[in-house]
Design a protein around this ligand. Structure first.
Ligand SMILES: O=C(O)C(=O)C[C@]1(C(=O)O)C=C[C@@H](O)C=C1
Length: 255
């Protein structure tokens, strides 16, 4: 995240993350549900599923390569990780030092597998399990990153109005903090934006004249992921979880 923190810059970063989420979901939607990849696997440690095995192992590798150093990159299985093996320049620390420990990944994990997957994958099995869980990992990472950007949003909002936030933080007034950081008009725009991206990115491109759909004349049934699923995902989970991150960060901001 840029050193110069402003609400506009952070919102731009959130908009950019929309692209990653929409693309990741479109890629995952190429495969059917493949439920066997999520069931406890015979012979695996502690009856883990292939999906859990893959995410754990992928995070171990990525951490060794230097990932998970920034507060927006939060691992799903932090207990398994080793320090980076390669030096990096580091990143500018614009957030409070506890920021890395703020995580809603458990909620993201449950939401993704229990609620979201059935909404945008066909209930079938094509036996491409390894590819499927790699695609799931991409979706989980994109969602987690976007949601944990809430830490930056919270920091900017606090810096812009410490006089409004501080009393609520001292009083640990979670509901009032939630109200103060909520902008319903922005949320409506975000939902429309992400729905539109799903409609545009998820089209089949053809070279025949007039075959491409014009805007305003969309047929959502031919989109690779139903655009309404994207606006629902943001409405029900992505924005509420981002706000949970914001509140959790703010509650500890004056420690
Ligand atoms: O843009 C903000 O102010 C945010 O806090 C981000 C966000 C979002 O998740 O997109 C969350 C809460 C606001 O109500 C609006 C949007």
């Amino acid at each position: 995240m840029a050193e110069q923190l402003s609400l506009a810059a952070v919102r731009d970063a959130l908009i950019r993350e929309e692209d990653s989420i929409v693309f990741a979901l479109i890629e995952r939607a190429r495969r059917p549900r493949n439920a066997a990849a999520y069931a406890p696997a015979a012979g695996a440690d502690d009856g883990r599923s292939l999906a859990e095995f893959f995410v754990r192992e992928a995070e171990v590798l990525q951490a060794k390569a230097g990932h998970y150093q920034k507060p927006e990159d939060v691992p799903f299985f932090p207990q398994d990780l080793l320090s980076p093996l390669f030096p990096s320049k580091g990143y500018s620390k614009v957030l409070h030092s506890f920021a890395s420990s703020v995580s809603v990944n458990d909620a993201i994990w449950k939401m993704y597998f229990n609620e979201l997957l059935p909404l945008f994958t066909v209930d079938d099995d094509d036996d491409y399990y390894a590819e499927t869980v790699a695609l799931d990992f991409a979706c989980l990472k994109a969602l987690s990153r976007r949601i944990h950007y809430g830490k930056y949003v919270a920091e900017v909002k606090f810096k812009d109005a410490p006089q409004d936030y501080s009393p609520l933080i001292h009083a640990k007034d979670t509901d009032a903090l939630m109200n103060l950081l909520t902008f319903k008009a922005v949320e409506e725009k975000v939902k429309k934006s992400v729905e539109k991206k799903a409609r545009i990115f998820g089209q089949n491109v053809t070279l025949e004249d007039g075959a491409d759909k014009q805007e305003g004349n969309e047929d959502d049934s031919v989109c690779k992921v139903n655009p309404k699923v994207l606006s629902e995902l943001y409405d029900q989970w992505v924005m509420p979880l981002t706000k949970d991150v914001e509140v959790e960060y703010l509650l500890r901001r004056l420690d």
